[in-house]
Ligand binder design. Structure first.
Ligand code: C5P
Length: 424
């Protein structure tokens, strides 16, 4: 449990989902966290400070300009106390205030004052979630490094159906635990790296990860198509997105097999890695792994579409001014997995330079996938070889924008959506 002895400052804002806050506190303390709660002014209409005080075992913080509170644990002290700040539920209004850096109450002041990583679990009506202003605010704050958990899709308190429901409290607590484990693992803390990579830890049976019991096969990186013993055709894929998905899937409890093309990234601890060079090798390794056992297949590799028909056995000399290579089409690994008699849940990627939605939806249908994540690789600051990415996720009946953020945070969001889809 990565949250063991971690100080979690829980901000609660004023939506109907605030009534779940005491339960969230219990889930967090159950994972070993020390929890202090900060209520926004309107949230007290949905949940009482007294119940939150009872479950957290700590006084609830509500007012910025309260001399008595400041004499106890002042807002700067509280901001420093926090190892992580989680806002759940985070309303549309809260997102707007965060996007603008407002500090007109205790919670928003703490957001600015804390050096701790910040996580939000939004909850609002589906139309409010989809509103351009909300999505723009979300984009702004996630670009600044705030990680967003959810929201989930489903029936809402108002009767609407769509994205905007707060994730279940057990899932939020679990995702925070996994995010903290991943942060610690990435910062080189070996003890927590073990937790992040699915090594059994005491008490972990009480809180199985969202992907516990699932075997996920992930392809990552480029492929290299040999021309002769010294030359090859390849592309700009760094493999970062696929490796981040592997790290996060492990942290969420999955068993992960990574089928990786040649990349310059250390192997995630606890992950089975099969190193390959060419598309044909990757195809063989994936089909073997998937046939053995696979619940979810994520095709993140930038597989070369063509290979050289006749690979020269000796180095080709530059005797001629021109040279012609005959290329033949590579097998489509993702389409072949999706065409198996009992296919796993399939998530593909579509890296496009134009008409992103049309091509992504086309691949979703043609390759018979469950989900596709599309990104616009014509934008130089995201995608290939970058630390950040932005995705639009399509299923047969839904679409969701995951704004630009670092690939690890994006992997968490993508896997959350995937988990919701797999459960359907
Ligand atoms: O058809 P296209 O290459 O654009 O499709 C992209 C998706 O298909 C990615 O998920 C990629 O990993 C997968 N793919 C594959 N085998 C190929 C080509 C693409 O698995 N030969």
């Amino acid at each position: 449990m990565a949250l063991q002895s971690v100080n979690v400052l829980l901000g609660v804002t004023g939506g109907i989902a605030a009534y779940k806050a005491p339960d969230l506190v219990r889930k967090l303390t159950g994972l070993g966290a020390n929890v202090r709660v900060v209520l926004s002014p309107s949230s007290a209409a949905f949940v009482t400070p007294l119940s939150l005080q009872a479950v957290s075992g700590n006084i609830v913080h509500q007012h910025l300009l309260d001399p008595e509170a400041e004499a106890g644990m002042g807002h700067i002290e509280l901001a420093r106390w926090a190892d992580v700040l989680l806002i759940a539920p985070a309303t549309a209004h809260c997102l707007a205030k965060l996007a603008h850096g407002m500090a007109d109450d205790l919670l928003t002041t703490l957001v600015l004052a804390t050096p701790a990583p910040i996580f939000i679990a939004p909850a609002m009506n589906q139309q409010m979630w989809a509103a351009a202003a909300t999505q723009a605010n979300l984009k702004t704050i996630t670009e600044r490094g705030i990680t967003c958990f959810g929201p989930a899709s489903g029936e809402q308190a108002c009767g609407d159906i769509g994205y905007g429901r707060m994730l279940e409290t057990v899932d939020i607590a679990q995702m925070l635990d996994e995010a903290v484990a991943a942060l610690k693992a990435l910062s080189g803390n070996e003890k927590t790296a073990a937790t992040a990579t699915n090594e059994p830890s005491e008490g972990s049976q009480d809180t199985p990860g969202l992907l516990a019991g699932k075997h996920i096969v992930i392809t990552a990186g480029p492929t290299r198509e040999a021309i002769d013993p010294v030359r090859y055709i390849s592309n700009h894929s760094s493999g970062k997105m696929g490796y981040c998905l592997a790290v996060q899937a492990l942290a969420m409890g999955a068993e992960v097999t990574l089928v990786s093309g040649p990349v310059d990234i250390p192997v995630p601890m606890g992950c089975k890695v099969i190193q390959v060079q060419s598309a044909v090798d990757m195809h063989a390794a994936v089909m073997h792994a998937v046939r053995q056992s696979c619940d979810i297949f994520i095709a993140c590799a930038a597989v070369a579409d063509y290979r050289v028909a006749d690979i020269a056995s000796q180095k080709i000399k530059k005797d001629n001014d021109e040279m012609t290579l005959t290329l033949v089409k590579n097998p489509d690994i993702l389409a072949d997995v999706a065409a198996l008699p009992s296919p796993p849940f399939t998530l593909g990627f579509a890296a496009e330079t134009h008409d992103v939605e049309r091509y992504a939806r086309g691949k979703l249908t043609r390759k018979k996938l469950n989900m596709i994540a599309a990104n616009d690789v014509s934008q130089p600051d995201i995608g290939f070889n970058q630390n950040d990415n932005a995705l639009t996720v399509f299923t047969a009946d839904a679409q969701m924008v995951l704004p630009k953020q670092d690939k690890l945070a994006l992997a968490t969001q993508l896997l959350t959506i995937l988990t919701n889809q797999v459960r359907k």
